[in-house]
Design a protein around this ligand. Structure first.
Ligand SMILES: *Cc1c(COP(=O)(O)O)cnc(C)c1O
Length: 358
């Protein structure tokens, strides 16, 4: 089923703008030329600026979903000599644990609940680590961590700091220099509001110096960096999504930059949370990102049933949680091309729904 005429509040893919959709309809151009290299250079420089990356940082463009970004980072930057502290507060944290296990990187499965880790200095396991890995926004539950506190902790203990920013880039604050971040992973289908298929790995000079010789063809960072010097990739890039990325980054810059983009998401999130206060729904986490609101029904109703009903009766897609929280929570994304009027569609539907259910 294609949900073309549905209202979209899922945390990826998210609602895309008309301008971006139009680029998806044009003939994909040939890319081994200087015109396309300029697109790559523009995207690289713009992303580095938005992340306030240290001078000399680089971006790798992978034709793959976000998990490939997570896995390739572990493969290229860590090995069996490392001991990684992996923050695990849900499905995506667990995925990093699995990636480390698959690639024989020793790691500590740091299970986290009810804290944004601003208390990391007292909470951290008493063990010697060489690196810290975190999903800045644990999208499975809608919980955001304190990147600055984690960065402080990494600096004090000399840890290499890897941040998966996939579901918070452009909606919540991240600053590589201020927060001492060495590597950032981002992906096209979340806050960037593009189709899935393009993932970016941002490497600081410290990360660049740490890259290993890997036994892997497709995810060999050294190969990407060599090709990237002339604005190219070793293998066919997601050409159309790169063109869409260029347009999207230009849009963000034109609209006042990354700060404005974050402000807008914050406004939408707060607007939504304020509006639904009278309803029997409560926030699941005390540490919600601007990117998403996760809600728990307080009247005993199944969260999964609410998701189904919104889809069937109102053509609105919010997101269920697949795991054991299936009946406990559902998620509402504030990422993508939306405004208060768009959010009102969901708010009105929820009020109507509860009135009819009563
Ligand atoms: C969506 C997401 C990913 C990537 O998942 P893919 O399905 O591989 O694109 C990774 N990390 C986080 C935190 C995410 O939200």
């Amino acid at each position: 089923m294609i949900y073309e005429d549905y209202y979209i509040f899922t945390p990826g893919p998210v609602k895309m703008s008309e301008e971006i959709l139009k680029i998806g309809a044009i003939q994909t151009p040939y890319f081994r030329n200087s015109e396309f290299s300029d697109v790559t250079f523009f995207c690289e420089n713009s992303l580095l600026g938005m992340l306030n990356a240290p001078k000399g940082s680089r971006v790798i463009f992978l034709t793959a979903s976000g998990t490939a970004g997570m896995e390739s980072v572990v493969m290229n930057l860590l090995d069996s000599d490392d001991n990684a502290l992996v923050v695990n507060g849900g499905g995506f944290g667990q995925r990093f644990v699995d990636v480390c296990a698959v690639h024989n990187v020793s790691h500590f499965d740091f299970k986290v609940e009810d804290t944004n880790l601003s208390d990391i200095k007292t909470k951290a396991p008493n063990e010697k680590f060489s690196s810290l890995i975190v999903n800045a926004h644990e999208t499975s539950v809608g919980h955001i961590y304190d990147l600055s506190a984690l960065g402080e902790y990494c600096k004090e203990n000399n840890l290499f700091y890897i941040v998966d920013a996939i579901s918070m880039f452009v909606t919540d604050e991240i600053d590589m220099q201020k927060q001492n971040i060495d590597t950032v992973i981002i992906s096209s289908q979340k806050g960037l509001a593009l189709p899935p298929g393009l993932t970016m790995v941002v490497l600081s000079p410290k990360a660049l110096a740490k890259i290993k010789d890997v036994k892997n063809l497709y995810f060999n960072f050294k190969d990407y960096l060599r090709n990237g010097e002339r604005g190219q990739t070793p293998y066919t890039p997601a050409v159309t999504i790169m063109l869409q990325l260029q347009k999207r980054l230009e849009q963000i810059e034109k609209d006042g930059g990354i700060e404005k983009s974050i402000e807008k998401a914050k406004d939408l999130a707060e607007y939504f949370r304020e509006k639904i206060k009278p309803l029997p729904l409560k926030a699941y986490s005390d540490f919600m990102p601007n990117a998403m609101t996760t809600l728990t029904p307080t009247d005993g109703k199944s969260a999964f049933k609410i998701v189904e009903d919104l889809e069937e009766r109102y053509k609105i897609m919010v997101c269920p949680n697949g795991g054991e929280l299936r009946d406990t929570i559902f998620r509402v994304s504030h990422m993508g091309d939306m405004d208060r009027a768009y959010v009102d569609v969901l708010v009105d539907a929820l009020f109507d729904y509860y009135e009819k259910e009563a």
